[in-house]
Design a protein around this ligand. Structure first.
Ligand code: NAP
Length: 491
């Protein structure tokens, strides 16, 4: 990119994006560099350029994390907690500024971005509280002579890799528990949305996180650069959020060093609506489960499975609500559905919609990319979607609601489980006993029972099957960054 382009495109709205692109953040210092353009998806314009980290930079980041590890581990849990609380406070004080930045580089609406900042900040508050309450175990062995003592220790240096769809929350959901556990980290954020990660790195430093405890590195060469870190014997943990395909590659790489892995991968959430559901509540939940982040969420309702008796009313209600959404740049205050992240994302959605229509789906609303600058796909509703359609198996990751029909509860359960994914599912029924019974038959890590949102820092977030390994949030999340040390003794 020419410097003229960089100059003219670095200001967007009232925000000077170049001030967030200061370089790699290693050992508390900014190492300037260029090579990764950052694009505003509502216009396609480049708004900043960040550094392209190399294998040597990755080694320097691990060096920094290793040098800081002893001091951070020795910092008392209370002092660590106070720093985490400061991170929470600073994020909330800057909620609007951070939300604007997220909206600018990711495209999501300002309302969604503000919600993301609050959610992301809450991980710091939650783990400030959790970090001072990590207890071990003590018991007498069954034979009576020995004592069993279990201590939980920080696992060691953690490599964190995050996606673009929640640039703040996917990072803090890992950094906060890692720091609470006493670990130091290297974060590799997604290339599409690095500005938020760098803005937060500066904020952590201001909150008192010592140099080297959090290091942030962007790269155009994620396979080689992360492999260098995963094969460094000082690194003991990989925590990844992203697609199942990349997750598989990383698991293979991590197997060489037998690294502990937490994997938050893709989803294909069924949203099941029974005849006895409260229709308005189901429609409210459907809009949240489908349209948060314009559908670009791993927990997004990917398949609406609707029972015969309520089917027509649900499709009509959903179509009316989707039609009422205001589409536009995320940074405009009244926008409800922003652009998709890239042109490639639009191409994928178009291919999935066209395949579904070829197999008999009826377009109730939308169904074609918008002819305007940027990467816009309109809110879309497809009814009578065939179970053979590609979108029944793949993540749509866009504002397309695909509605399928079922007759019996057994059919709904079979359809819901007919996927390699097992992240989230939603069930709407006014019969709570039935809702609980169906919940126990659905093969996912999370269920929204008469709720369209499951994400909560206090709840264990994670998937079964090929949606991942381990849990983030709640007391489970911090244990992912700890190792049990068992001491056998005869007291
Ligand atoms: P992605 O393509 O898998 O990328 C995720 C991260 O992995 C990015 O930082 C990416 O870097 C990096 N990466 C790509 N190839 C790599 C490689 N060979 N080695 C090491 N790192 C590599 O996913 P995405 O498109 O950003 O995000 C969307 C996906 O994330 C969806 O599947 C969604 O369901 C999933 N997701 C899951 C959760 C959850 O909690 N389960 C939450 C959010 C999203 P670059 O950007 O530089 O390519």
């Amino acid at each position: 990119m020419s410097s003229a382009t960089a100059q003219s495109s670095s200001r967007s709205g009232n925000l000077d994006c170049s001030s967030y692109a200061r370089g790699l953040y290693i050992n508390g210092k900014w190492l300037p560099g260029k090579g990764i353009p950052v694009t505003d998806p509502s216009s396609g314009n480049v708004i900043a350029e960040v550094a392209d980290g190399s294998v040597d930079d990755a080694r320097a980041a691990v060096d920094a994390a290793a040098a800081a590890a002893g001091g951070w581990r020795a910092t008392s849990p209370r002092n660590r907690a106070q720093i985490l609380l400061k991170c929470f406070d600073l994020m909330m004080q800057r909620q609007d500024e951070l939300a604007y930045l997220i909206s600018l580089e990711n495209g999501k609406s300002l309302a969604d971005a503000r919600g993301e900042v609050a959610y992301a900040a809450e991980f710091f508050r939650w783990y400030a509280e959790e970090g001072v309450r990590i207890s071990g175990e003590f018991m007498t062995s069954p034979g009576g002579g020995n004592r069993i003592i279990v201590d939980y220790e920080p696992i060691g240096i953690a490599v964190l890799i995050t996606p673009w769809n929640f640039p703040a929350a996917m990072a803090t959901r890992k950094i906060a528990p890692a720091l609470a556990a006493g670990c130091t980290v290297v974060l590799k954020p997604a290339s599409e949305t690095p500005l938020t990660a760098y803005a937060l790195a500066a904020l952590y430093s201001e909150a008192g996180v010592p140099d080297g405890v959090v290091n942030v590195l962007t790269t155009t060469n994620p396979g080689t650069v992360t492999a260098a870190m995963l094969n460094d014997s000082r690194v003991r943990k990989l925590s990844f959020t992203g697609s199942t395909g990349v997750g598989r590659l990383l698991l293979a790489e991590a197997s060489k060093s037998v690294l502990s892995c937490s994997m938050e991968l893709g989803g294909n959430a069924p949203f099941i609506v029974f005849d006895d559901a409260d229709l308005d509540a189901a429609l409210d939940g459907a809009m949240v489960a489908k349209m948060r982040n314009g559908g670009e969420a791993c927990t997004a309702a990917n398949r609406f499975l609707v029972q015969d008796g309520i089917y027509d009313r649900f499709v009509a209600g959903l179509t009316a609500r989707m039609k009422a959404l205001k589409v536009g740049p995320g940074t405009e205050p009244d926008t409800e559905c922003g652009p998709m992240i890239t042109r490639k994302a639009i191409d994928k959605i178009e291919a999935l919609v066209s395949d579904a229509v070829d197999r008999g789906a009826k377009v109730e609303l939308g169904g074609k990319a918008l002819d305007r600058e940027g990467y816009f796909y309109p809110p879309t509703v497809l009814s009578n979607v065939s179970h053979d359609a590609d979108m029944a198996k793949d993540e749509i990751f866009g504002p397309v609601a695909a509605v399928y029909r079922f007759g019996t509860a057994d059919e709904a359960v079979a359809m819901a489980n007919d996927t390699e994914y097992g992240l989230a599912a939603y069930i709407y029924t006014q019969d709570i006993r039935k809702g609980m019974a169906i919940s126990s038959r659905i093969e996912t890590g999370m269920i929204g029972l008469n709720r369209g949102l499951v994400s909560d820092p206090a709840g264990p977030f994670g998937g079964t099957k090929q949606s991942g390994l381990g849990r983030e949030g709640s007391h489970h999340g911090v244990i992912e960054f700890m190792e049990a040390k068992y001491i056998a003794t005869s007291l």
